[in-house]
Design a protein around this ligand. Structure first.
Ligand code: FDA
Length: 510
């Protein structure tokens, strides 16, 4: 306690010196004695994380308005023995952007959220504190025939999403968000502001999928926009899993989806539903087709007739309307701005897998039975193939490319904030994860960094060796983990940017 107090006072005075130096508005630093502090501390998407008994409150929350304030925060934190957590959209599944077990400071990027589009050049600069919704909205304001291939939830922050990979409805056509990043500005552990050329290709490679939090604070990203047709087609087909035929269709989806035209994305969501006192499980086939309805129907009749898709199931719309459709929002693009509506805040725990071989039908029957025992559970199956097959495993740190039929995310939500609920729900989810083990990727069983899961392994407090960290690191990054550790050793040899799953230093004999 005494140390934390000393850290606090010295940190604040160090930052105050910088405020004078940079002649800035002092409102960018919030400490516990200020009214805004507690609302900033609790500003997060998965409040279960802040129930953690081992986490402490940050010494300060900095909401920088420019790069100099980020540099000052890094320098003052280092000087006074504080760690740093960087938060952009605050969606980290395990709360690593705002929780820490030792005295720390949060750099909250909410004020750095500008988006600047250059349609002629088909590029944009977007700051890390912007949300995906703000990015999509800004693109649509300039062009109806451009888009960006990132995630589905509009409130997700660009900072965490791009640095962990990022995929959505255009993943089969254009790959990951990180695949379309062409430049970035980052503040490193020495407090230097570096662009792609200055940081070098190794570090630029690492921050596109390796997780930004291990390497510095990414201020902004230059992205290549992609082309979308004026009209796209969407559908949502609900099928009850009480009907055996639904299991057949899901089973078949595994064989056809990854080989379909790159323009087509159909994900399957298996979910518990509770209607008029009845409990059941349904599968939702949720799709974006980058083309017109008539072409979609022709394609589906030929390649996936089992779904019996009818024109009346489909809607033609603009790409930006499809973003709203997937987000479950009304047809008003302004809803994509800021945090005006955020239906996503809830207590949840998630885990992920990659599937390389079609899963037997019986397994889906078993999933249905398990889902009937537990409310608010979801299994989201996002198809790969297409462009994902064409990009090499080492192009960026995200390695899950050719050979992966789809990604699976298991998610359980609950609405009571207590320890028993946390225990029961995570216990249930871990049981489902064990059940799926024989049917998913192996040696190691792979996971997606952006669906962060501390169950797969964590660093020891203090310094974890590269060899120890391989337990979780190779699940996320496969053979790229070694290169990530080598980059880390070069750019942050004192391991200043660290957390429970940060990239460790690569020391040869460890
Ligand atoms: P947050 O701010 O919590 O950051 C996440 C991590 O990145 C932390 O370790 C943080 O320190 C680090 N970080 C953040 N900003 C940084 C910066 N500027 N510099 C350095 N490090 C930084 N994913 C997906 O691929 N497709 C999808 O469709 C969805 N959908 C989705 C919906 C919902 C409701 C949630 C909660 C999450 C998703 N995700 C997703 C997962 C999402 O991509 C993942 O949680 C991202 O890391 C979130 O980024 P944020 O900036 O919001 O999180």
């Amino acid at each position: 306690c005494i140390n934390a107090k000393a850290n606090h006072t010295e940190f604040v005075s160090c930052m105050n010196n910088h405020i004078i130096l940079f002649a800035n508005d002092s409102r960018y630093l919030f400490t516990e004695d200020m009214p805004m502090y507690s609302s900033l501390v609790t500003s997060q998407h998965n409040p279960r994380c802040s129930n953690s008994t081992t986490s402490i409150k940050p010494v300060g929350i900095v909401t920088p308005q420019n790069e100099a304030e980020i540099q000052a925060t890094i320098m003052c934190s280092q000087k006074h023995g504080l760690q740093v957590r960087v938060r952009s959209g605050g969606h980290d599944y395990e709360g690593l952007s705002y929780l820490c077990k030792t005295p720390f400071v949060v750099i909250d990027m909410r004020n750095l959220r500008s988006v600047s589009i250059d349609i002629e050049d088909e590029t944009a600069w977007v700051q890390s504190g912007a949300t995906l919704g703000e990015l999509y909205y800004s693109i649509a304001q300039k062009s109806q025939t451009h888009g960006f291939p990132a995630g589905i939830c509009p409130s997700v922050g660009v900072g965490g999403h791009f640095s962990g990979g990022g995929f959505g409805t255009m993943v089969r056509k254009y790959g990951l968000a990180a695949d379309s990043v062409i430049d970035a500005y980052l503040v490193d552990a020495k407090g230097r502001l570096l662009d792609r050329e200055e940081m070098g290709e190794d570090l630029f490679w690492a921050i596109r999928g390796g997780g930004g939090a291990s390497f510095g604070v990414i201020v902004s990203w230059k992205i290549k926009l992609v082309r979308v047709p004026e009209k796209v087609t969407v559908f949502n087909v609900h099928k009850s899993m009480d009907d055996q035929n639904t299991t057949e269709i899901i089973h078949h989806w595994q064989y056809v989806m990854h080989k379909m035209k790159h323009e087509l994305f159909i994900r399957v969501i298996i979910q518990y539903i509770h209607d008029n006192k009845n409990t059941s499980v349904e599968a939702v086939f949720n799709s974006l087709f980058l083309g017109e309805l008539k072409d979609l129907i022709t394609l589906m009749n030929k390649k996936f007739p089992e779904l019996h898709l009818k024109p009346k199931d489909c809607i033609e719309m603009s790409w930006i309307e499809s973003v709203l459709y997937f987000a479950g929002l009304e047809k008003t693009p302004e809803l994509l701005l800021g945090n005006k509506t955020d239906p996503y805040v809830s207590y949840f725990k998630a885990k992920s897998d990659f599937v390389t071989k079609a899963i037997p039908k019986q397994v889906f029957v078993g999933i249905r039975e398990k889902f009937l025992q537990q409310k608010l559970v979801f299994l989201i199956m996002d198809p790969y193939g297409g462009r994902m097959n064409e990009i090499s495993e080492s192009h960026i740190p995200f390695p899950h490319r050719r050979g992966n039929l789809y990604n699976m995310q298991y998610l359980v939500k609950w609405d009571v904030n207590d320890v028993q609920a946390l225990h029961d729900h995570t216990h249930w989810l871990r049981g489902l994860y064990r059940y799926m083990e024989p049917y998913v990727s192996k040696h190691p069983r792979r996971a997606y960094l952006n669906y962060r899961d501390l169950d797969i392994g964590t660093n020891r407090q203090g310094n974890t060796s590269y060899v120890e960290a391989r337990v979780w690191g190779e699940k996320y990054f496969s053979g790229n983990f070694k290169r990530l550790a080598q980059v880390k050793s070069k750019v942050d040899p004192d391991n200043f940017f660290r957390n429970e799953q940060s990239i460790p230093l690569h020391i040869k004999h460890s």
